[in-house]
Write a protein that binds this ligand. Structure first.
Ligand code: PLP
Length: 368
C-alpha cells in the first residue's frame, strides 16, 4: 500500500459520506431506484452548471459515447476520427455503433488531438470527430470546431475526464453537437459505482439519446427503433447531487497542486509537463509528466511509498482490438512515444501540501 497513493477514494468519499447515507436511506424507504426526482434533479443541475440545453443521465461513459454516436445517425462503415492516445472506450464506442475509428496523432505539447493531423485524415467517408479533453485539459476547441464546420462533420466532446474544465470561459461539453461524461468513482465528479451522461444544446438530439437509452420506447410497450437499457440509477444520481456543489472547489485545489508540481518540476532532468492552451482552464483529472526514464522513476517513487499510474501504456492504433484499422505504427509518433514516457503523479483534491512536497522531493532526488 502506497503511503501517498496516486488517488485516494476513501478521502474523497469521506467528504460526502454522511449526506449520501441520508439520501440513500430516503431512497430505500421510498424504493425509488430507477428514474425519479434524484435523476431529474441531477440532469437539471448538471445542464445548468454547464450552461447546456439539456443532460441525459445514462449508465456509464462508454454507453454515453455509443448512444451519442448512434443519435448522430452513424451508418455502417462510416469513419470517425479519434485521437489514438485516450482510453479505449472513446474508439470502441465507434465500433459498437457500427462505424470505423480512424486514429489521429496528438500534439507533443499537450497530448491532445492534433488539428493538423486530424485534417489529413478526413476522407469522403468521414462523418464525425470525437475529441477528448485528456487528463482534464481542454483540446484545441476553436480549431477543431472550425475544421468540423468546414467539412460538415459532427463533433462529440469526450469529457469523461474534464468535469468543470473551460475554454474561453465556456464549459467544455458545450462546444460539440454532443458531449459525453463518465462518473466512474475516480473521476473529478464521480459516483459510487458506474454512471454517465450526454449533454448538448440540441434538444432533438438529446431526445434521441434518451429514446435510444430506453429501448427506443415512445410509450408503454411502443418502440420506434431498437435501443438499449442504459439509465443512470437514482442511487448514483443522489451521490452526484451531493458531490456537484463541491466540484468547483475540488478543481481549484487540483489546479493549485498542479501549479506546485509545475513550479518545482519544470527544470528537472528530462521531465516534460504537458502544456495547456492559453484559452484553457484545466481541471487536472491527472497530473502527467513525461520522461525517457519513466519506468525507473516509477520504481524509485514506489520504493518511497509514492503511488503512480500509467495512463496509457499503449496508443490505441497499436492495440490488437483495432488491428483491422491497418494504420502503420510509424504514422502516429507522438502517441506512440507518449505510451513509453507518460507517468501520472498523485493528484486528488485532498492531497496535502506536505504530500505534494514529498513527491516533488523524491522526483528531484531521482534526477540528482
Ligand atoms: C476519456 C474516457 N472516455 C470514456 C470513458 C468511459 O467511461 P466509463 O468507464 O464510465 O464507461 C473513460 C473512463 O475512464 C475515459 O477516461
Amino acid at each position: 500500500m502506497s503511503e501517498i497513493p496516486v488517488f485516494d477514494l476513501q478521502r474523497a468519499v469521506a467528504q460526502v459520506a454522511r449526506d449520501v447515507q441520508q439520501q440513500w436511506l430516503s431512497l430505500t424507504e421510498r424504493t425509488a431506484f430507477v428514474g425519479g426526482a434524484e435523476v431529474e434533479a441531477f440532469e437539471q443541475s448538471f445542464a445548468d452548471y454547464l450552461s447546456t440545453a439539456g443532460c441525459v443521465g445514462v449508465a456509464n461513459g462508454t454507453d454515453a459515447l455509443e448512444l451519442a454516436i448512434r443519435a448522430l445517425d452513424l451508418q455502417p462503415g462510416d469513419e470517425v476520427i479519434v485521437p489514438s492516445y485516450t482510453f479505449i472506450a472513446t474508439a470502441a464506442a465507434i465500433c459498437l455503433a457500427g462505424g470505423q475509428p480512424v486514429f489521429a496523432d496528438v500534439e507533443s505539447k499537450t497530448l491532445n488531438l492534433d488539428a493538423n493531423d486530424l485534417r489529413h485524415r478526413i476522407t469522403s467517408r468521414t462523418v464525425g470527430v470525437i475529441g477528448v479533453h485528456l487528463y482534464g485539459r481542454p483540446f484545441l476547441v476553436d480549431a477543431i470546431v472550425a475544421i468540423c464546420r468546414q467539412h460538415g462533420l459532427w463533433l462529440i466532446e469526450d469529457a469523461a475526464q474534464a468535469h468543470g474544465a473551460r475554454w474561453h470561459g465556456g464549459s467544455v461539453g458545450s462546444f460539440g453537437q454532443l458531449a459525453t461524461w463518465s462518473f466512474y468513482p475516480s473521476k473529478n465528479l464521480g459516483c459510487f459505482g458506474d454512471g454517465g451522461a450526454v449533454t448538448g444544446n440540441d434538444t432533438e438530439l438529446l431526445n434521441r439519446v434518451r429514446l435510444l437509452a430506453n429501448h427506443g420506447r415512445t410509450a408503454h410497450y411502443e418502440h420506434s427503433e431498437v435501443g438499449r437499457n442504459s439509465r443512470l440509477d437514482a442511487l448514483q444520481a443522489a451521490v452526484l447531487n451531493c458531490r456537484l456543489p463541491g466540484l468547483e472547489a475540488d478543481n481549484e485545489r487540483r489546479r493549485a497542486i498542479a501549479a506546485t508540481y509545475r513550479l518545482v518540476l519544470s527544470q528537472v532532468g528530462d521531465l516534460k509537463i504537458p502544456e495547456d492552451h492559453r484559452e484553457a482552464l484545466p481541471v487536472y483529472h491527472q497530473m502527467t509528466v513525461l520522461t525517457s526514464r519513466r519506468d525507473d522513476l516509477r520504481d524509485h517513487l514506489s520504493e518511497r511509498g509514492i503511488g503512480t499510474a500509467i495512463h496509457y501504456p499503449r496508443a490505441l492504433h497499436l492495440q490488437s482490438a483495432f488491428a483491422p484499422s491497418g494504420q502503420p505504427a510509424s504514422e502516429l509518433p507522438v502517441a506512440e512515444a507518449a505510451g513509453e514516457q507518460v507517468l501520472c503523479l498523485p493528484m486528488f483534491p485532498q492531497l496535502t501540501d506536505a504530500e505534494v512536497e514529498t513527491v516533488c522531493e523524491a522526483i528531484v532526488d531521482f534526477f540528482g
